[in-house]
Design a protein around this ligand. Structure first.
Ligand code: PLP
Length: 476
């Protein structure tokens, strides 16, 4: 169990500019610290391998930057979540890492999937996820998105606003169909995480407020609708959460709401979604609880609260995203330049520039997310040096790993690996500085499977309507 650490907190002593949570490792080559996917190890010559494939062989085929998913670790985690939480339902939050093959893995492990846009819904459907196992989220779903969901027959539409009730009812009538819906509520719980990713406190865009009374009004309105079937309520309190306190309060408030709804209508709603946001280890300071303990804790909380409100235990669902897709992912970069920077007071920081950056992982720049780094293509006997891994972009905030120790002899051409990179990295990637987005590959038993190929400059230029006949060849 741990707490969020504050970026940039400085040690009192003058010799280290490291944040307080980061200590110098005994062995800078060590990978056995809960940060790396199960299939990551060092061969006897020091070369890192992932899923049985040496990273030099891997990057010879894919180039860098590349996002590597340890497939066995991904599917093991999916299965672990399903088994630990069963008979509760597990919806994988697709937005964390979504490709057709990823959806097939999720489907084959018996999990459901959450989507949050028309594009994500299209991927899930194309991959062959049974529509009844798909839930559609979003605070401003478009008409065409809702229409696709209704015609495809998705299992759940999570309604986020009064306007959406109107829009969905109209569409159902037009299409002569019905929809099973849930109401997204805000419980007022402020998850202990970065402000921008805490989503259930009141002053934000998601859901119907319980405290403000809109939640019950929305529920009753859906209940009386002739085309909507209200099956339950949905809460999601934030992301990268390490303790169950927030979930306990959210469970109490949502179950109280279910009992108030019972008083108002005589009907006990059968389903409750507690959302996702379960924290993972991005650094050695993060120590998430084992999934089995987490599941047991949440089940106990829900059962206890149900007794308190004299409710039968509903069918509960959880929505892990990063907890399944984050740890199996490793980003690989090539070092281009290494630069020591004097900070004054005898402190220095070494900047290691790699061939990616905020275009492939915006999270450090967006909300000060922390990551870790290791030298991947060899071991080193050199001293660990406080380093900052930065990208190629024209922004001072273009940081990939704000603080970690790397060996003193890191040099251009070395490979840097960033663990816990599977979630919200490539999915949030941009083409800033006209940068083609990197590929996502899966490795298993020494084999590579490309999930998303690398973008090319031609892909990007293909969007530019100013390109004239023959122009494309001028860049070659
Ligand atoms: C993003 C999201 C999740 C998943 O969050 P993680 O931090 O990846 O577990 C789950 N539910 C909803 C509604 C979300 O928006």
């Amino acid at each position: 169990m741990t707490h969020m650490h504050v970026a940039g907190t400085i040690h009192a002593d003058a010799v280290s500019a490291a944040p307080v949570w980061l200590s110098k490792p005994d062995d800078v080559n060590d990978l056995a610290d809960g940060l790396w996917s199960a299939g990551v190890r060092r061969d006897s010559d020091g070369m890192m391998s992932i899923g049985g494939l040496r990273v030099d062989d891997l990057v010879a085929r894919t180039g860098t930057p590349v996002y590597v998913i340890d497939k066995a670790d991904f599917t093991d985690r999916a299965r672990l979540w399903r088994d630990a939480f069963g008979p509760w339902q597990v919806y994988y939050a697709g937005k964390s890492l979504l490709t057709l093959d990823v959806v097939r893995w999720i489907r084959d492990e018996g999990l459901n999937v959450d989507v949050a846009s028309e594009g994500e819904l299209a991927v899930a459907l194309l991959a062959g996820m049974p529509p009844e196992r798909i839930a559609l989220h979003g605070n401003n779903k478009s008409v065409s998105e809702l229409r696709l969901a209704l015609t495809a027959g998705v299992g759940r539409i999570i309604i986020d606003s009064a306007d959406e009730i109107t829009r969905l009812e109209k569409l159902c009538r037009e299409l002569g169909t019905r929809a099973e819906v849930m109401i997204r509520v805000t419980t007022g719980v402020e998850a202990h995480t970065h402000e921008y990713i805490a989503t259930a406190h009141e002053d934000q865009k998601f859901g119907f407020s319980i405290a403000g009374g809109q939640a019950l009004v929305g529920m009753v309105r859906c209940f009386h609708s002739r085309v909507l079937d209200l099956v339950g309520i949905h809460s999601h309190i934030g992301s990268q959460i390490f303790d169950t306190n927030g979930f306990e309060i959210a469970a109490r408030r949502t179950l109280r709401l279910i009992s108030q709804f019972r008083e108002a209508t005589g009907v006990e709603l059968p389903e409750l979604v507690l959302g996702g946001g379960f924290g993972i280890a991005y650094t050695r300071a993060d120590t998430p609880e084992p999934v089995t303990d987490l599941a047991a804790g949440l089940k106990e909380i829900v059962e206890h609260e149900c007794r308190g409100f004299n409710l039968s235990v509903p069918l509960v669902a959880v929505e892990p995203g990063r907890a399944i897709s984050g740890p199996p992912g490793t980003a690989l970069y090539t070092v281009g330049t290494v630069k020591p920077v004097e900070l004054g007071g005898g402190q220095s920081r070494r900047y290691v520039s790699v061939d990616g950056g905020m275009s492939d992982n915006i999270r450090p720049a967006l909300y000060a997310a922390e990551y870790s780094a290791a030298l991947a293509n060899r071991e080193s006997a050199a001293e660990p040096v406080l380093s900052r891994v930065v990208g190629v972009h024209c922004e001072g905030g273009d940081i990939l790993v704000r603080d970690d120790f790397l060996p003193d002899d890191v040099q251009p051409g070395d490979l840097i690996a960033v663990p816990a990179s599977g979630a919200y990295s490539r999915m949030m990637a941009s083409n800033y500085n006209m940068t083609p987005r990197p590929p996502v590959v899966a490795v298993e038993d020494g084999n590579v499977q490309v999930l998303l190929r690398r973008e090319t400059l031609d892909d990007l230029l293909g969007l530019d309507q100013g390109v004239r006949e023959g122009n494309l060849h001028d860049t070659r």
